[in-house]
Unconditional design. Structure first.
Length: 403
């Protein structure tokens, strides 16, 4: 197969490959960039593999950086752009089920490609557009199949994360996982416990943001891979229910993890422990926690001004997209219109500050000042007090009398 017109992202890199080839070595674009080119998908970055050893690459280019020299990777700096170029290699001795104990540089493209995870990722592309397919990856792309290169057991023992990559690709590409590969995942699922949570988290998030998340989730349930993910060991029923949902249009991490939290029946409070297990950032956890009450309110068709205020505009959109997965969503513009009608969008928009209250002798510094400002904020949002200094002062005086 020859691709006559390569995507623009390849053009600046072609002279780099040409220089390597003119020196008598082989050089190819490899991996996901080749797969996505053939599928017509967006290409995030390009990977280059070569028969030249690191020292030989460094002798061909004036500016290089040893970004991963122990694994054969050298970055070539060309016209302000860095290209990571990795020598063909074989790997052996995966004692920890994720990293090779030994890396050997080789001259053979076939030896390099056969260590890769799936046939659709074991494709090589010359700078002239010629595709090299040694493991029937093109056929599997055409049939929409994810198949391990060689024996699935061996591939998963080399790096157990590949099992999560398989279910992630099922979602991302809307492909089916080959029966033998699926069997290999089921046989080796427990090896996922050897993998760092942070690496599993990346794959899970991509799965939830794919074009067909139920495809990946079904495979996780079938193979019991879910049992070795943080907080999901007893979640078979919830995940199975989630696979039945068809209105997936998630676009960010908050929506992804929020959807999983809702499926598990977690609220704003209980979700924190679960999300912490996944080693998510505090900022992301807080973002999910903020929108979960709004999801419940949308489901109940009772979205108050206070809920909208606490969520903020982005939180409202996130909550509605999560609700949409379960069929609970409301017209988003209707929600945003209600949000726009709020008297204030944040506490900084209050017509009076704590300093103002102190100057007027209404309050003194301390806990009561903070409580009063919170009360004012809530009263203004709910339109119980008009957001004008004199109205707020009058309301505070009346409140103090009542207390």
């Amino acid at each position: 197969m020859v691709i006559k017109q390569l995507p623009a992202i390849f053009e600046p890199a072609r002279p780099v490959l040409q220089r390597i080839e003119n020196a008598g070595y082989q050089a190819y674009f490899v991996g996901g960039c080749v797969r996505d080119t053939i599928l017509g998908d967006h290409i995030h970055d390009i990977d280059i593999a070569t028969s030249a050893y690191p020292s030989e690459i460094k002798s061909l280019f004036k500016r290089t950086v040893d970004t991963g020299i122990q694994h054969g990777t050298v970055m070539v700096l060309d016209h302000g752009t860095g290209y990571e170029i990795t020598t063909f290699r074989t790997e052996s001795g995966y004692q920890d089920f994720r990293r090779p104990d030994k890396v050997t540089f080789v001259r053979s493209l076939a030896d390099d490609l056969k260590r890769r995870d799936f046939t659709i990722n074991a494709l090589a592309l010359r700078e002239n557009g010629e595709v090299i397919d040694l493991f029937n990856g093109l056929t599997d792309l055409k049939k929409h199949v994810i198949r391990a290169v060689g024996k699935a057991d061996q591939r998963f023992h080399e790096d157990a994360l590949r099992m999560m990559r398989a279910v992630r690709f099922a979602s991302k590409l809307d492909f089916d996982i080959d029966a033998m590969t699926l069997h290999g995942i089921a046989d080796n699922a427990q090896l996922l416990s050897k993998i760092a949570v942070e690496r599993i988290q990346v794959e899970m998030e991509k799965l939830l943001l794919g074009q067909n998340p139920p495809a990946g989730l079904v495979a996780m349930v079938q193979t019991e891979l879910y049992r070795y993910c943080p907080g999901l060991s007893n979640a078979k029923t919830a995940l199975t229910q989630l696979t039945l949902m068809r209105n997936w249009q998630l676009s960010n991490a908050t929506q992804a993890w929020g959807t999983l939290a809702v499926a598990l029946g977690l609220n704003s409070h209980s979700s924190r422990t679960f999300l912490k297990q996944w080693k998510l950032s505090n900022q992301l956890i807080e973002s999910v926690q903020t929108c979960l009450p709004a999801v419940s309110a949308i489901k109940a068709r009772s979205v108050s001004a206070e809920i909208l205020y606490r969520c903020g505009r982005d939180g409202v959109i996130n909550a509605n997209q999560i609700a949409a997965v379960f069929g609970w969503d409301l017209p988003v513009q209707e929600l945003l219109d209600h949000y726009q009608q709020l008297p204030i969008k944040n506490s900084k928009e209050l017509a009076i500050t704590g300093g103002d209250l102190i100057k007027k002798g209404l309050m003194t510094p301390g806990p009561d000042l903070g409580k009063t400002l919170k009360w004012v904020e809530k009263a203004v949002v709910n339109q119980q007090v008009e957001n004008r200094p004199e109205k707020i002062i009058m309301a505070i005086r009346q409140r103090k009398e009542e207390l």
